[in-house]
Write a protein that binds this ligand. Structure first.
Ligand SMILES: C[S@@+](CC[C@H](N)C(=O)[O-])C[C@H]1O[C@@H](n2cnc3c(N)ncnc32)[C@H](O)[C@@H]1O
Length: 257
């Protein structure tokens, strides 16, 4: 059967771990990214094989967050978290909140899970990083399987894949159909943070969010005074790359009405 080359998300680059090398750095005790590389794009519309819960009540959050109590919930979601740099920042900034990173690529989500395990281990008795976790899933398909109506306080879409070609615009993670689904899992007053280095994608995001009746864009002063805003520029791996390359950043934050 013919396959679009971008469908082949399972194809990986040289993987030292598969060759029997230890992916953990002897210096930092953290996993090294080079052992977890994977091609940049994954087709979010293709059928991947995912295990997913039938409904939010079926999610075993305790398996992800060892200290979570039955009355506590995940309220922050980093959608397409990549290698997890921003997720780690969220964990440090908001120790009382439970944040989840959702990532479709196998190797990349494996890296984030190993990174969190190593950070928890290094933190020892301080018990840090027990409030962050990563799930390998397709966030464009399964969000309502994980989150109840109005559960999330914040959703982050940082440097989402731009899918430049018009025919691939349907792959964009912010699109008309999905905005209603995001509104469903977000609580009223909840915030959607978007950041990209691609101006055309930024305009697309702003246009679609502003056209949707359940979102309004924050005023620039509000965007700038949010304590998370400075972290959106370079906490994530993609953001750091844009800073290194002296690229542009386009920020927009929206409130769920
Ligand atoms: C350009 S990267 C940005 C990663 C990260 N947010 C950052 O700023 O470094 C986009 C990420 O979104 C992930 N992704 C794309 N579609 C997804 C989907 N439907 N569900 C979950 N993750 C997805 C990709 O695998 C990729 O890691």
């Amino acid at each position: 059967m013919a396959r679009d080359s971008e469908d082949q998300d399972m194809e990986t680059e040289t993987n030292g771990a598969a060759e029997g090398l230890d992916p953990t750095s002897a210096v930092t005790g953290l996993p090294q990214k080079r052992f977890y590389r994977q091609r940049a794009h994954s087709n979010p519309i293709a059928d991947h094989s995912f295990d997913y819960p039938a409904r939010p009540e079926d999610v075993n959050w305790r398996a992800l967050y060892p200290s979570i109590q039955p009355d506590q919930k995940v309220t922050f979601a980093d959608i397409g978290c990549g290698y997890g740099g921003f997720l780690v920042t969220l964990g440090e900034m908001f120790p009382e909140k439970f944040s989840i990173g959702m990532e479709i690529r196998v190797k990349v989500s494996d890296y984030v899970m190993d990174r969190i395990t190593a950070l928890r281990h290094k933190s020892g008795e301080a018990g840090a990083y027990k409030n962050i976790a990563c799930l390998r899933t397709n966030a464009m398909k399964y969000l309502p399987n994980y989150f109840a109506k109005g559960q999330l306080e914040k959703m982050f879409f940082l440097y989402p894949d731009p899918h430049f070609k018009r025919a691939k615009h349907k792959w964009r993670i912010i699109n008309q159909a999905l905005l209603s689904e995001y509104a469903y899992v977000l609580k009223k007053g909840g915030l959607v943070y978007t950041m990209t280095d691609v101006e055309d994608l930024h305009q697309w995001i702003v246009q679609h969010m502003e056209e949707h009746p359940l979102y309004e864009r924050l005023k620039e002063e509000e965007e700038q005074s949010d304590p998370i805003t400075p972290k959106l520029y370079q906490s994530s791996e993609e953001g750091a790359k844009v800073v290194r390359n002296k690229g542009d950043h386009f920020l927009a934050i929206f409130r769920r009405l």
